[in-house]
Ligand binder design. Structure first.
Ligand SMILES: Cc1ncc(COP(=O)(O)O)c(C=O)c1O
Length: 440
C-alpha cells in the first residue's frame, strides 16, 4: 500500500507556506540550532475543508475513490497520503497525519505519526526495530510501564531481551552495547522519577559507531530538549502529558525517519498497521490546537519549577531539580537545553519515608490546595505522587535502590495556575503545618 514520501507535494489541499512539502522539517540543513517553536511556525498550515483556519476532522474510517483504477493504484503503492489519497484510517488518516507533520516539525525529524497512547508508541517502535531474539540496551531509570515492557513482556512474548544500565556510566553503556547483538539503545531525555538527564549527543555518537539505532523518550522535556537535533534517530512522546496539557487525553507519537514511519505502516510487516493503536482524528484535532501554545506553557512550568526548587531548598528540604546547579546533570542539561524553555517542569522532594511523603502530600492537597495527589504530569495544576508506591511500583526493591528511588520521594509536576506567590504561600502553609505536627 502507498507510503509517505517526504518530498512529494500534496495534490489537493491548500497550504499557507510557499513549500507544499508534507514534511518541511526534512529540508532543514542545520536543524541542530533550530528552535522547536520556530520550526512549528514554519510547518505547513493545514486549513479546514471549507477554508477553516483549523484543519478539518476527517471522521471517516474508510475513503471512496472516483474510479476503480485509483483503488488498484493505491494498493500498488503508486498513490498515497502525500498526494491526499487515503484508504482506511487504521492506515493513514488526514487529521492524524496533519498532527504528525506538526510533531515532525517540532522534533526536527523527517516524519512522525501519532498513536493512541504513549505506551503504544513505545511498544510499536520496539516491535518494529527488534525481531524475535533481539537485544535492547536501556537506561535503568525509565517510566515504570516501559521498564516492565522491557523486563517482563518482551522477553516472555518474543525473546527480546534488555540490558539495563546506568545511562550516565558511558563505559557500562558501551560494554552492554558490545556484549549483546544490540538493535536499540533506549533512554529518556529526562527520566522518571529522579530526573536523571542523558547526554544525548555523546550516547548517540557511541551507538552510531556500532550501527545501533537510538530511541529517546522525550515526554518530560518537549521544547526544552530536541533529541533528534542532537543526533537521536527516533523520538517518542506520551502526548498525554505536557503536549496535551489538559490531563484529559491519552495519546502518543513516534517521530523519526520517513522510512521508519512507512515501515510501521506496512500492510505485511508494520507494527502500527498490524497491531492497530490508532489515534482518533478527534483527538488529533484537539492536540493540533494545543501545540501552538506548548512553548509558552513549558516556559511557565519551568520558570515556576526553578523558583519553587530554589525556595524549597532554602526552606531546608531535600530537592532534586536539574535546573539547580548542584544537580549532577545540570551541566549536561544546560549544554543541550534551549535556554528560553528552562529546565523542565518536574522536581522531586525527598521526604525520606513514605509516611512523611504522604503527610506532606495530604497537607498540600487537603489543607492548602497547592496541588493534587495524582500520577501523570504536564497539567496546569501541580500534580504530586510518591514514585516508589505509584509510577515506579513495578520495580523491585533492588531496582528502586539502583535507580535512586527513596521510599519518601515525592515527584511534583509543577503547574502554572494561580499566581506564583499565591501557590508558594500555599506550599509554605502546608510545610509549616507539617513542622508543627513534628514538634508535638
Ligand atoms: C516517560 C513516559 N513515557 C511513556 C509513558 C506512557 O504514556 P501513556 O500513558 O500516554 O501511554 C509515560 C506515562 O505514563 C511516561 O511518563
Amino acid at each position: 500500500m502507498a507510503t509517505l514520501n517526504p518530498t512529494l507535494p500534496s495534490k489537493k489541499r491548500p497550504v499557507s507556506s510557499s513549500s507544499s512539502d508534507p514534511f518541511p522539517a526534512a529540508k532543514k540543513h542545520h536543524p541542530h540550532a533550530e528552535d522547536p517553536v520556530a520550526a512549528l511556525a514554519n510547518a505547513r498550515h493545514e486549513f479546514g475543508e471549507h477554508g477553516g483556519v483549523n484543519m478539518s476532522i476527517e471522521a471517516s474510517a474508510t475513503f471512496t475513490v472516483m474510479e476503480p483504477e485509483t483503488m488498484r493504484r493505491m494498493f500498488a503503492g503508486e498513490l498515497g497520503p502525500d498526494r491526499d489519497f487515503f484508504v482506511y484510517s487504521r492506515h493513514f488518516n488526514p487529521t492524524v497525519l496533519g498532527l504528525g507533520r506538526l510533531m515532525a516539525a517540532m522534533e526536527g525529524t523527517e516524519a512522525a505519526y501519532c498513536t493512541a497512547s504513549g505506551m503504544s508508541a513505545v511498544s510499536a517502535v520496539l516491535f518494529q526495530l527488534c525481531s524475535a531474539g533481539g537485544h535492547v540496551v536501556a537506561s535503568r531509570t525509565l517510566y515504570g510501564g516501559t521498564h516492565t515492557l522491557l523486563s517482563n513482556f518482551l522477553p516472555r512474548t518474543c525473546n527480546i531481551t534488555t540490558s539495563f544500565v546506568d545511562i550516565r556510566d558511558h563505559d557500562a553503556v558501551d560494554w552492554a552495547m558490545v556484549r549483546g547483538r544490540t538493535n536499540v539503545l533506549y533512554f529518556e531525555t529526562m527520566s522518571n522519577p529522579t530526573l536523571t538527564v542523558a547526554n544525548v549527543p555523546e550516547l548517540c555518537r557511541m551507538a552510531h559507531d556500532k550501527g545501533i539505532t537510538v530511541v529517546v523518550d522525550n515526554t518530560f522535556s518537549p521544547m526544552v530538549v530536541s533529541p533528534a537535533r542532537l543526533g537521536a534517530d527516533v523520538v517518542l512522546h506520551s502526548m498525554s502529558k505536557f503536549i496535551s496539557g489538559g490531563a484529559d487525553l491519552i495519546a502518543g507519537a513516534v517521530c523519526g525517519p520517513a522510512s521508519l514511519v512507512n515501515s510501521m505502516m506496512d500492510t505485511h510487516q508494520g507494527s502500527l498497521m498490524l497491531l492497530g493503536p490508532t489515534m482518533n482524528p478527534k483527538v488529533a484535532s484537539e492536540l493540533a490546537g494545543r501545540l501552538p501554545h506548548l512553548g509558552l506553557r513549558m516556559k511557565e512550568h519551568s520558570n515556576r519549577a526553578l523558583v519553587y526548587a530554589t525556595r524549597m531548598r532554602k526552606a531546608g528540604l531535600k530537592v532534586i531539580y536539574p535546573g539547580l546547579e548542584d544537580h549532577p546533570d545540570h551541566a549536561t542539561l544546560k549544554s543541550m537545553a534551549i535556554k528560553e524553555y528552562g529546565y523542565g517542569g518536574l522536581l522531586c522532594v525527598d521526604m525520606e519515608t513514605e509516611e512523611r511523603a504522604n503527610r506532606l502530600m495530604n497537607l498540600l492537597q487537603n489543607c492548602s490546595q497547592f496541588g493534587l495527589m495524582a500520577v501523570s504530569l504536564g497539567y496546569y495544576e501541580t500534580l504530586m505522587s510518591c514514585s516508589g508506591s505509584s509510577t515506579s511500583s513495578e520495580l523491585s526493591q533492588e531496582e528502586k535502590e539502583l535507580a535512586g528511588i527513596s521510599p519518601g520521594l515525592v515527584r511534583m509536576s509543577i503547574g502554572f495556575n494561580g499566581t506564583l506567590e499565591q501557590k508558594w504561600s500555599q506550599f509554605e502553609k502546608a510545610l509549616s503545618r507539617m513542622q508543627d505536627v513534628s514538634k508535638v
